[in-house]
Ligand binder design. Sequence first.
Ligand SMILES: NC(=O)c1ccc[n+]([C@@H]2O[C@H](COP(=O)([O-])OP(=O)(O)OC[C@H]3O[C@@H](n4cnc5c(N)ncnc54)[C@H](O)[C@@H]3O)[C@@H](O)[C@H]2O)c1
Length: 465
Amino acid sequence: MNPHPPMSSSDPQLPQAVTRRRFLQSSGKSAVTVAAGAAALSVPQRVRAQSPSDTIVLALIGAGGRGAVHASNMARLPGVEFKYVCDIWPERGAGIMADLTSVQKRAPQRISDMQVAFDDKDVDAVVIATPEHWHALATVRACQAGKDVYVEKNPSNSIWEGRQMLKAARKYQRIVQVGFQNRSGPYAASARDYIASGKLGRIVHVKVYNMLDGSKWEPQPDSDPPAGFNWDAWLGPAPAVPYNPGRHLNWHPWWDYKGGTLADDGSHQLDLTRMVLGDPAHPKSVLCIGGNYAFQSKREVPEFQCITYDYGDFSMTCESGNATGYLRKFPGEVRFGTQWPHWPTSATRVEIYGTKAMMYLGRHGCGWQVIVEGGKVIDQDKGYFPDKWHQPNFIDCLRSRAQPNADIEQAHHSACLVHLANASYRVGQKQLMFDGAAERFTNNDEANALLRPAYRDHYRLPDEV
Ligand SMILES: NC(=O)c1ccc[n+]([C@@H]2O[C@H](COP(=O)([O-])OP(=O)(O)OC[C@H]3O[C@@H](n4cnc5c(N)ncnc54)[C@H](O)[C@@H]3O)[C@@H](O)[C@H]2O)c1
């Protein structure tokens, strides 16, 4: 079942299992460079899996589409076992329970409260694939319990939450890998190295596209929750509202749970772009205009957003929305094959303009091409869908204690690009000046009020993590 039909479908997920042997065979020099460039974390108070022969014990939190893919792929890596599958929705998880039972020759335990996994000394790490409004609280609680974390994108639902996640990761010396899998793609590392070499010249402008298809959003009436479903637990840190299937099954276009297409596929686009640019610090300002132009639906998150970020020495725009069905995400033959995309009609391309040449870059393993006058391609590196490196990178880091490819620090900075744009839109489509060091706006108190959600008492993210 697709839980969010009117929004963009998330990335098709890698179907096959990935073995460590295949990972080592297929990971190129560039992927190694990504990991080698990252600092090793100091040894934490407790690392159960000291050698590759020790079993890593995991818990899956959120057994929907993405969580099932992670559990299925990670359980097929050597020395990895899922002890728990946690979901608050009894209908969810049967498929992955059966799959894990077959792979592990031992059934995981089905639980509905993630705290059970946090309290279990056997559990080394948790994989969090809930909706976004639960990511921060679950990550901080996991870190506090001494667990390492793989948390899906968009990692946070506000700027302050992301900072708290980073603080918790560092304080408890936990591995926190975010589901920005493009960071593990060798093609992303080679694009980053190419740009750093100066072959594009000085970068003056970057255009990020996230122009997807969509359909009209229709509100749905409140109703009783499905039998056995704990709506209060699903809402968690978000404000209390009556059960509504339009929220539960399509949580993407609500500020309280996600933040729309921009927080969904757009966050991948922005993260990959930051990575290849050498992870610039926060921009100085943001302006986001947009609206429900195409379908004129009454949903609160706009159907289309046009954003400008000012980085001081270059500018970046991002166009993101759900109304351009003639543009397409990269097809399978591009993601998993050797075919190059038709760049002008690629919905998820990035254009990087240097003073000497421009680069087209695509995620989903698409790769990059450098173009000069007349459309001549002078350099290129074709990619492959990067889950096959990203999930093993997490498991490797649990053992090595090296910083993962999509460590929470840079992931937080990338997530902030989403939150900055949404803040600008929500305060009336105004330009916001941002003090990156303080992570606060300097010209708009209304926008500062959006930095941190008002949590419900029993689901409060603490000031002191
Ligand atoms: N990296 C990627 O390419 C990628 C692709 C798809 C989805 N995602 C991300 O993965 C996450 C999950 O997306 P999905 O498509 O699998 O959603 P989904 O709706 O299919 O699954 C989410 C599951 O979380 C469960 N859940 C909610 N609150 C919970 C709680 N407190 N405790 C336990 N379980 C809880 C729900 O019942 C549901 O089964 C999202 O953050 C999404 O953005 C990432």
